[in-house]
Structure formats: structure tokens, C-alpha cells
Design a protein around this ligand. Structure first.
Ligand SMILES: *Cc1c(COP(=O)(O)O)cnc(C)c1O
Length: 385
């Protein structure tokens, strides 16, 4: 059922910068209306004039979030209860025997969905290194569905969305990009030719480790518009609807994304440089460093190097764990994209055996960089090998 937009008199956003769209989109803009879409907990509507029941017809709050993310990325967005709900709804559209390409350095939840489909539905899943554009372009010719994740996580490799999307278009394959790490402010996959852009809004969009939500943004192309209808249907009957509070908080998070990202990126750049010069650090991966193998491609496709970096330490997995245990300020925690800095030694996780044993992924927050550095240095230097 098509329900009109939550927002009377929405602003004409054409020509505005993404930072402005993140603030201005998805709001009422009419005399006497609140400037925020109100948070109205509701499942049921009086019938006869449009919406009837919230699982299928939605709520003003989640439509406001969809309007805003859709406006930012240039497509129509469908919001879900989590990033994995969004990803599963997209993969659920693939038929038995589908030929799928996913990255080596893939979000583990997505890799699991692909592996389950291989087992139950005979999907043929090929895994490729994110940065090896030639192999992705070749693989596009025989593929039905191409899943990219760039920058990848935790290896921070850069994929060439434009080149892969052009090859996929020629071959009739569909490209979806997990844009969680880049955020809609740094990368807009639909503008680069992808059909879908996917977010875990749990991460940078929400930005405060206080919600789970996800979105798929669909491009104005046949596959994308069919996808929009199918995804909405999956949400209605799969039931993975975004919550009222979560939608409100995700949209509120989006309002400050540009300044959070500005500070987090500046911190990440500074920490990457300082870590690179530290005698106990053997490698730093950050797209903003000139030493990054895809530094130039990152500058072409991204509007900034982002707030995620990885570093490797001398020593073993065990000595790295001991060092990380000495951190006071920085959280040893798995998630990313929040205002507080979090670190994780990734190789300890199931499915992450390909990650070097001492690699620590840092999701850089908005604290003062000198406090973060002091905490890192006392932890790294605190163990004498
Ligand atoms: C967290 C994450 C997801 C899954 O999102 P949830 O909101 O946790 O379900 C998908 N992709 C990436 C890159 C993520 O970081």
C-alpha cells in the first residue's frame, strides 16, 4: 500500500550539499508543524483514510528516516529492524542456483547468509579480494548478483564500484554495495552505478551504540524499483520492521553525522600517522595514508578516508590481547561507527581466520585525539617483549 510522505511540504533538496541534506531531509517544513517528525508509537490506525496497520503501512517515523537516507543517496529507501534484516531481505530475492560474488573480506553475517543460500538453494558463491578490480570485472560477466563492501572491514581495501557496476550492467548482473563503513556522506554507490546501497544504521548513522536498524536504498532502474517493491513486501511478511524509538534515534543520529565524521576522520588520520611511526607497530591500514595501496582510488570514490583503521603489532595474538587489556579509555568492543572509540583484535572471531593475528581494528570516535593517543601508547608500550 502506498502511503503519502510523512512530511508535509518537504524542502526542495536539489543542489544542496550532502551535509545539508543530512540535516534538512525527512522533516516537516510547514507553518505550525514541529520541526522534527514526532515519535508516535503506533501499530493500528483508524481505517478508511490510508494507513491501516503499521507492519505493512509503516509509521511516519520510519518514513522520515527513509526519506532522508533516500534523498542522500539518490534512491528510494526501505528501513529494517537491523542491518542484517536489510541484507537478508535483499538476498532473499535471489533464486535457487543464483551466481553470486562476495568479497573475501566480507562482513561475517553477510558471508553466513551467502553460505546458507549455497547449502539450501544451491547458490554458487565466488569470493574475491575487494581491491582486485580486474577479477571483479571478469566475474561480473557470469554473475547474477554482486555484493561489494568498500572500504572493506577490517582490511580497509577499496573496491572500484564504478568499474564493477559498468561491467555488471553490460552483463545484466545486479550490484549491491554495503555502504556502512563509508556512510552516505562519504560514498554514494547509486551515483557510481550500483543498484542497491545497504546500511547498518546501527553504526555511523545512529552513531551512539544505542540502536539496531538497517536500510536498503534502491536505484531508479528496473531492478531497483522491482527490488523496492519486493523489499517492502519482505519487510511486511518477514516482519523485520524498524522500531519507533530506533527510527527516531537513527534520524537524530544522521543530523550530526557530518560533524561526528569530520572529527572522527581527523582523529583517524592523526592516529594512523602516529601509529605508522610507532616502533612496535608493523603495519597500518588506512585509506587516508599515502602508503595505502589504493590511496588514489579511495580519493576518487570517497569524499574522505573514513573513521576506521587497522594496525598490526609486533608479537603474537596473546601479547596483543595483553596490550589491549591495558586500555582504559578505548573500549574493547566489537561494533563500530560510534562517538566512543572501540578496538578489536579481529582474528579471534570465527570466520576471520584470514585476518593477521595481531591486527587490531580501531573504530575511531570523537574524543580528543591526544587522550586516545595517550591511551594507545601506554597500552602498546606497557608490555616489554
Ligand atoms: C554491523 C554491520 C552489518 C550488520 O548490521 P546489524 O545492524 O548489526 O544487523 C552489516 N555490514 C556491516 C559492514 C556492518 O558493520
Amino acid at each position: 500500500m502506498n502511503v503519502p510522505s510523512a512530511n508535509p511540504n518537504p524542502l526542495d533538496l536539489s543542489g544542496l550539499h550532502p551535509d545539508t541534506v543530512a540535516v534538512a531531509a525527512g522533516r516537516p517544513h510547514a507553518a505550525g508543524h514541529p520541526v522534527n517528525t514526532p515519535m508516535i508509537p503506533v501499530s493500528n490506525y483508524d481505517s478508511g483514510a490510508g494507513p491501516e496497520y503499521a507492519r505493512g503501512d509503516g509509521t511516519d517515523g520510519w518514513r522520515a528516516l527513509e526519506d532522508a537516507i533516500g534523498a542522500l543517496e539518490g534512491g528510494k529507501a526501505v528501513a529494517f529492524s537491523s542491518g542484517m534484516a536489510a541484507i537478508s531481505a535483499l538476498f532473499d530475492q535471489l533464486p535457487s542456483g543464483a551466481k553470486i560474488v562476495i568479497p573475501d573480506d566480507c562482513y561475517q553475517g553477510t558471508a553466513t547468509v551467502a553460505a546458507d543460500g549455497a547449502e539450501r538453494l544451491g547458490w554458487r558463491v565466488m569470493r574475491l579480494p575487494t581491491a582486485d578490480t580486474d577479477r571483479w570485472v571478469q566475474a561480473a560477466a557470469g554473475a547474477d548478483f554482486i555484493w561489494m563492501e568498500t572500504p572493506s572491514n577490517p582490511l580497509l581495501e577499496i573496491g572500484n564500484i564504478a568499474a564493477v557496476s559498468a561491467a555488471a550492467e553490460r552483463a545484466g548482473a545486479v550490484v549491491a554495495v554495503d555502504n556502512t563503513v563509508a556512510t552516505p556522506l562519504l560514498q554514494r554507490p547509486l551515483e557510481l552505478g550500483a543498484t542497491y546501497s545497504v546500511h547498518s544504521a546501527t553504526k555511523f548513522i545512529g552513531g551512539h551504540s544505542d540502536l539496531l536498524a538497517g536500510l536498503v536504498v534502491c536505484a531508479d532502474r528496473k531492478a531497483g524499483w522491482d527490488g523496492f517493491a519486493n523489499l517492502t513486501r519482505r519487510r511486511t511478511y518477514g516482519g523485520a520492521t524498524p522500531g519507533t524509538l530506533e527510527s527516531f534515534l537513527a534520524l537524530r543520529g544522521l543530523r550530526t553525522l557530518s560533524i561526528r565524521l569530520e572529527r572522527a576522520q581527523a582523529n583517524a588520520m592523526e592516529l594512523a600517522e602516529r601509529l605508522e611511526a610507532h616502533r612496535l607497530v608493523t603495519k597500518v591500514r588506512y585509506p587516508g595514508l599515502a602508503s595505502h595501496p589504493d590511496h588514489d582510488l579511495a580519493r576518487e570514490t570517497l569524499d574522505g578516508p573514513g573513521a576506521m583503521l587497522s594496525f598490526e603489532l609486533v608479537g603474537s595474538a596473546i601479547s596483543t590481547d595483553v596490550r589491549l587489556s591495558k586500555l582504559h579509555l578505548i573500549h574493547r568492543a566489537t561494533s563500530l561507527g560510534a562517538v566512543e572509540t572501540c578496538v578489536e583484535r579481529r582474528n579471534k572471531l570465527a570466520g576471520q581466520e584470514h585476518i593477521p593475528p595481531t591486527l587490531c581494528r580501531l573504530s575511531v570516535g570523537i574524543e580528543h585525539v591526544d587522550d586516545l593517543w595517550a591511551d594507545l601508547v601506554q597500552a602498546i608500550d606497557g608490555l616489554v617483549d
